[in-house]
Design a protein around this ligand. Structure first.
Ligand SMILES: [Zn+2]
Length: 244
């Protein structure tokens, strides 16, 4: 998917960053994709990833570049001012366990973030923390496989779900048209429009041996809360547990 780095504002102009994710400013499309990535990261590791810097203005880039070209101790490579992807609102520097390359989290992020359009480009210049948003070019098929491998189903509950259930659930909770960033992330309107069908499917799953309806309900509500208005998620959980 092609998208423009230059949307009419100079590099380093804060108008390039009309979105926000993980507490840093970014291009809205990149922010949405990072937020989706963070959602899966949290499901995997139990905490939100930490971002140290996103959009960077020209003064800041000049500051970093000065330290880089003058080889000040402790300063790393910096792009020529006016060329950094940070200046377009399309780069993020992670903190915490994504600040170094030897953690389980970093290995997972390097492999998973590209599904959301974020690529560990810092690999090429010795920066474990630096990821660029290159746009979502993953095919729908790859994304479907990724989710079918258990990332979405796993959030809900592994026990009791067959591959067919997962495929059905995926179809019901994914918008016919992908989100703006091209990623077929479960879409709020699709979930709401198909609420009855989702409930029917989950009730069927819940009748199978070894499946606890309350657990399915709780984990479903948990999984869907970021995607649905809280009231809808609560209503879904209520109807599942009460059977009405
Ligand atoms: Zn960076």
């Amino acid at each position: 998917m092609a998208f423009a780095k230059n949307i009419g504002f100079p590099n380093g102009d804060s108008r390039n960053a009309d979105g926000e994710a993980l507490g840093v400013l970014l291009r809205a499309e990149a922010a949405g994709a990072l937020d989706a990535f963070a959602f899966y990261f949290e499901k995997e590791f139990g905490y939100r990833p930490d971002a140290a810097e996103g959009m960077r203005n020209l003064d800041r880039q000049n500051f970093y570049y000065d330290r880089f070209v003058n080889k000040r101790p402790g300063w790393t490579v910096a792009a020529v001012p006016g060329t950094s992807n940070h200046g377009w609102g399309l780069a993020v520097d992670f903190g915490g366990n994504l600040n170094v390359s030897f953690t389980e989290e970093h290995a997972w992020a390097a492999k998973t973030a590209p599904l959301f359009g974020w690529v560990w480009t810092g690999k090429d210049f010795g920066e474990p923390w630096h990821f660029d948003y290159l746009g979502v070019n993953v095919s729908a098929k790859q994304a479907t496989e990724y989710i079918a491998r258990g990332k979405l189903g796993g959030m809900i509950q592994d026990d009791g779900f067959t591959d067919q259930d997962r495929a059905t659930l995926y179809a019901l909770t994914t918008g016919a048209r992908p989100l703006a960033n091209g990623y077929p992330f479960p879409a709020r309107d699709a979930v709401q429009n198909n609420l009855e069908a989702v409930i029917t499917l989950l009730r069927q799953v819940a009748t199978r041996p070894g499946v606890n309806l309350a657990e399915v309900s709780a984990s479903l509500s948990n999984a869907l809360t970021p995607l649905l208005p809280r009231a809808v998620a609560d209503e879904l959980a209520r109807r599942l547990t009460k059977g009405t």
